[in-house]
Design a binder for this molecule. Sequence first.
Ligand code: OSB
Ligand code: MG
Length: 375
Amino acid sequence: MIRVDQITLREIRLPLREAFRISSGVVSERRIALLELRDATGAVSWSECVAGEEPNYSSETIDTAWLAIEAYVAPRVLGVAFDAPGDVHAALERDFRGHQMAKAAVEMGIWGVAAEQQGVPLARLIGGVRERIAVGISLGIQTSPQALADKASAAVAEGYHKVKIKIEPGRDVAFVRAAREALPSAELMADANNAYTLDDADLLAELDDLDLMMIEQPLSHDDLVRHAALQRRLRTPLCLDESITSLERAQDMVTLGAGRIINIKPGRVGGFAASLAIHDYCEQQGIPVWCGGMLESGVGRAYNVALASLSNFTLPGDVSPSRRYWAHDIVTPEWEMADDGTIAVPLHRPGIGVDVDLARIDALTVRRAVLRSPA
Ligand code: OSB
Ligand code: MG
């Protein structure tokens, strides 16, 4: 049984070490919503909302998520006894459309609290089987093909198992080709964040010659049908990110042939229960999955690392170590990548596996709200 009685919401501002540019926008400082959840037994866990400042990835932003959590999500869980954390997702979906990132922040936090309460590592609670996870890097759009090739080469030298290259019209084939020429045998992929249409199929087909692991979400953020048409034209597997917002959309992808790989971001699908369901479905269907990232702080990263320890996460995730993003992370220990390009799943302690640096978080906090169960 689990009953959360208090959620403290905070917004912090955390500057990225370098600006991150994708086809739909650029971010240089993350505005991050953090949640501190406390249950009736006194167990505490932290979670993170991955919504960005602008609605360029999905319709959610940190500001819509803040409102949704305060007004709609928290009231559905505060003071409510759930048999298990896996029951929260259904309670948040009933007559409540959208706001997946807001829901996920609370739902995942409840998984974190459950792990604390039961005295088990989060990865064990959800059935993780790996002790270490393979790490990939996501490189933002660079100013020139050479700059990209240099960054990609440095990443491979550091041990990264996969290099994801952000592309957009005008910065695509020549850029990816430069990386491929610099790294003939590296695992490379491209991510377009919806920057193309089916009219660009000939251009995207040129990427087929560059031996990519996959091309991620080239077409519209909510599209499946056109991706299916494009997949029929390409040898390279398509991977869907933005379009997969639920188990049902994953099933639709398979039914339509809209892609052959899924990037699971728990924030995008409403949390861990939906992530687990998509993972299990994909495993049955022979669809590999990997864990995507949303430039999370060390708190959100803890959940991604736990998720990526499940058996069908067979491809390297966008789960870079803390120092890739931040001068100083907000957790101790920081997330570190070993020379072999892996991160250890924290299995030696209960909960999410890291401590938050509360003094630092207090210093970074720009707003705060304490939400409690009705008396
Ligand atoms: O499309 O995967 C994406 C970051 C923000 C929004 C969308 C995406 C990304 C990334 C970052 O690729 C991956 C990471 O967190 O390292
Ligand atoms: Mg993506």
